[in-house]
Write a protein that binds this ligand. Structure first.
Ligand SMILES: [Zn+2]
Length: 449
């Protein structure tokens, strides 16, 4: 049986990935993996935030159809459960509270290392030494004074930034230690947070893109200012924000390369839970259904497949679980809403899939439907919108009144695929069930206003 590695990168826009067209060399390792695998140029998330994407990735279902957050019992099967019952040893490693076992994301994993197993002090110390002080260990007095300085930065991101998430190399090292102890074939899922705000990249990567280092205060301040109101950034601040983001992507990419080099002949699937927005429609890291949030990279590398394939057709994250089962010659699971992507890899299908993406929050339930040319956005509280993605890829021109036949067709697709739509969950306080430490970490990542 084939070992399987699923890597999800938080907040990675495909237009900042070099082999998908970005001019900067942010992703040499992803580019290399793509040369040996199949790249989907038009991969779309079904939920534009961590909270809404992973039901689709792990359960091949839609978050906006569920009566509660996370991976609830109404999602009949999870990918990990299927693989576990097929004889796989299953493990997941990440430290983001939104994917905590509290929300049921641990279903089917015999080893689930989430943030609840990552001690705050350990995290603070290791993160601090690696990221702020470099790799050498300074005298203790220097550490303490620097920690004080660090903790005095204040603001949303500053006060406990040092332990908001575990960096990718540490996640790798936990995963590799676990893999080495396994006798069965393995399914391993890793989720990296490094490209998620607040951006605080290693200087080596920042210097590559910017030509100079940036103080942590300046980096955190620009993230905070963008988070409050991205349209208030000056051109120079906006450039800094992008430089910081790109440098974080390069760090994640390097970590992915380090991880992959430890593995021989694994099936590797790499994607992101959603993209990132830099004010294109006014927001920064909000859960909108515009394309800057919906488009994601997707690479599938199978050791028995020839590489270098680039597939232009539109597919989505609900297709990942069925594809992995198909590549492992395991039977299709009827409860999965997605379909295998193998027919795209072997050329049997050459057309766009019609895709739903959406979210629920306290104020609204929003569902976007796209057929490869058109995108209809249906909202419970705002005016619906229609965009021609071919003529208007930036989604600036709402043409809903001009094409009633297109609206009717996409509305019918939404209706036919959401027949079991339940009432909005009564309680959407996402942080319920999390520990105080988890909530603090989420605050450090910009959540829980
Ligand atoms: Zn995310």
């Amino acid at each position: 049986m084939q070992n399987v590695l699923l890597i999800t990168i938080d907040s990675l826009r495909p237009d900042h990935v070099h082999h998908l067209g970005y001019s900067r060399e942010t992703t040499p390792n992803l580019d290399e993996i793509a040369r040996h695998g199949s790249t989907f140029q038009n991969a779309i998330t079904n939920g534009p935030s961590t909270r809404f994407a992973f039901v689709s990735i792990l359960g091949s279902d839609y978050s906006f159809m569920q009566p509660e957050l996370g991976l609830p019992g109404t999602v009949e099967n999870s990918l990990a459960e299927i693989l576990q019952s097929s004889g796989y040893a299953t493990a997941a490693f990440h430290t983001v509270g939104w994917l905590s076992h509290v929300y049921g994301y641990d279903r089917g994993f015999s080893e689930y290392v989430d943030e609840s197993k990552w001690g705050p002090l350990e995290g603070q110390f290791k993160f601090f030494v690696r990221k702020y002080m470099g790799r050498w260990l300074p005298p203790m007095g220097s550490i303490i004074s620097s920690i004080r300085k660090l903790l005095s930065i204040g603001g949303r991101f500053g006060h406990r930034l040092a332990f908001s998430y575990q960096p990718a190399p540490e996640i790798n090292s936990s995963a590799i230690s676990w893999i080495k102890t396994q006798k069965q074939p393995c399914f391993v899922w890793l989720h990296y947070m490094d490209a998620h705000l607040p951006y605080w990249p290693r200087n080596e990567h920042l210097v590559e893109f910017r030509g100079s280092e940036v103080s942590i205060d300046k980096a955190i301040n620009v993230c905070e200012k963008a988070h409050k109101n991205i349209s208030s950034l000056t051109a120079e601040e906006r450039k800094l924000l992008i430089d910081l983001y790109d440098a974080e992507i390069k760090f994640v990419d390097q970590s992915i390369g380090d991880m992959i080099r430890e593995l021989d002949d694994w099936l590797i699937v790499i994607t992101a839970d959603h993209g990132e927005e830099f004010g294109e429609h006014g927001g920064f890291h909000q859960h909108s259904v515009f394309d800057e949030m919906l488009r994601v990279p997707l690479i599938i590398q199978h050791p028995n497949h020839s590489g270098g394939l680039s597939i232009p057709y539109q597919v989505s994250l609900i297709d990942i679980a069925p594809t992995i089962l198909d590549l492992l010659d395991l039977p299709h699971v009827d409860s999965f809403r997605g379909e295998s992507l193998v027919p795209y890899i072997d050329g049997r299908i050459q057309e766009h899939r019609c895709i739903l993406s959406g979210y629920i929050d306290e104020n609204d339930r929003v569902i976007a439907c796209r057929d490869g040319k058109w995108k209809l956005i249906v909202s419970e509280s705002k005016r619906n919108k229609l965009f021609n993605l071919r003529l208007d890829p930036l989604e600036k021109n709402n043409v809903i009144n001009k094409y009633p036949d297109v609206v009717e067709k996409l509305e019918k697709f939404i209706h036919d695929n959401t027949l079991e739509l339940v009432d909005k969950p009564a309680n959407l306080r996402h942080e319920i069930g999390l520990t105080d430490t988890s909530k603090e970490r989420l605050r450090d990542l910009g959540y829980l206003d």
